[in-house]
Design a protein around this ligand. Structure first.
Ligand SMILES: [Zn+2]
Length: 225
C-alpha cells in the first residue's frame, strides 16, 4: 500500500528535497545521519544547562540537535509544528529519548511533563507538539507523561517576534502547577520542541519547583545556536 502511495504521491525529504524511498519515513537517511547532534546528553555541564544558570535550578539539560535560522532542518521542525507532521516529532523524540536513556544521566526520571500549549492553540493545531515529543521520550525512558501537570494562565502572543527580555516578561507567571501533590519528591523531565532563550522552560520550571522536593531536568529537540 505504501509502495503505491509513494508512486502516486511521492514523499519528499523536507531537509534536502529528495524523494524518500519506502524505508525512509520523515527524512532521508543522508539528512538523518548528518543531523548536527549536540551530544549534550553525555555531560552535565553543556550549553543548554549553562543557559539556565542563575535563573532556575535544573538538574540536567539536553537537546538533540543544533539549529539556527539558516538550518535546512528548520523545515522538519516547521512541518512538525505547523503542518501536522506529528510523526516527525515522534521520530526525533524517540532519537532523543534513546540517547537520554543510554547516557545513564536521565535514568531516575519519574515523570515526563510537556510544556503546555494554550487550549485554543492546541485545538487549532490538533495536538501539542511538546506532548508528542514527551510521549516518545517517556516510552524510551520506560516512564510516563504526567498530563495536566502544568496549566497556562492566559493566551500569550507568539514568541517568535520578541526579544529575550520581552519573551521573559511575556511568559513569566503564565504557567501554574496543577498537580502539585503528584509531583512531590519526584524528578520531572520537562520537554519542549526548541530551546531558544529558555524563557518558557524557565517559567515552567519555577511553577514545577513549587511542589515540595520536586527536581526538574529539561530536554528539547533543537538547541538554537
Ligand atoms: Zn534529505
Amino acid at each position: 500500500m505504501r509502495e503505491l502511495a509513494d508512486i502516486l504521491f511521492p514523499r519528499i525529504c523536507p531537509v534536502c528535497g529528495v524523494v524518500l524511498n519506502g524505508a525512509e519515513r520523515e527524512i532521508c537517511l543522508g539528512c538523518l545521519s548528518s543531523l548536527p547532534l549536540t551530544y549534550f546528553w553525555t555531560r552535565e555541564d553543556n550549553p543548554a544547562a549553562e543557559l539556565f544558570w542563575g535563573r532556575v535550578y535544573f538538574k540536567k539539560a539536553a537537546s538533540l540537535f543544533f539549529y539556527n535560522e539558516g538550518s535546512p532542518y528548520r523545515h522538519l521542525i516547521h512541518n512538525f509544528k505547523y503542518k501536522g507532521r506529528r510523526e516527525a516529532g515522534a521520530m526525533l523524540g524517540r532519537m532523543l529519548g534513546k540517547r537520554l536513556r543510554e547516557s545513564g544521566l536521565f535514568c531516575d526520571i519519574d515523570y515526563v511533563v510537556a510544556v503546555p500549549l494554550h487550549p485554543l492553540k492546541q485545538w487549532m493545531r490538533g495536538y501539542n507538539q511538546a506532548e508528542v515529543i514527551a510521549e516518545a521520550i517517556a516510552e524510551e525512558l520506560g516512564t510516563k507523561v504526567l498530563k495536566g501537570a502544568l496549566r497556562r494562565n492566559s493566551f500569550t502572543a507568539t514568541q517568535t517576534t520578541k526579544n529575550a527580555q520581552e519573551r521573559w516578561s511575556n511568559v513569566s507567571g503564565v504557567f501554574r502547577i496543577a498537580r502539585k501533590r503528584s509531583l512531590e519528591n519526584k524528578h520531572v523531565l520537562l520537554v519542549d520542541d526548541v530551546l531558544t532563550t529558555g524563557a518558557t522552560l524557565e517559567a515552567c520550571g519555577h511553577a514545577l519547583l513549587e511542589s515540595e522536593g520536586c527536581k526538574v531536568s529539561v530536554a528539547t529537540l533543537a538547541f538554537v545556536e
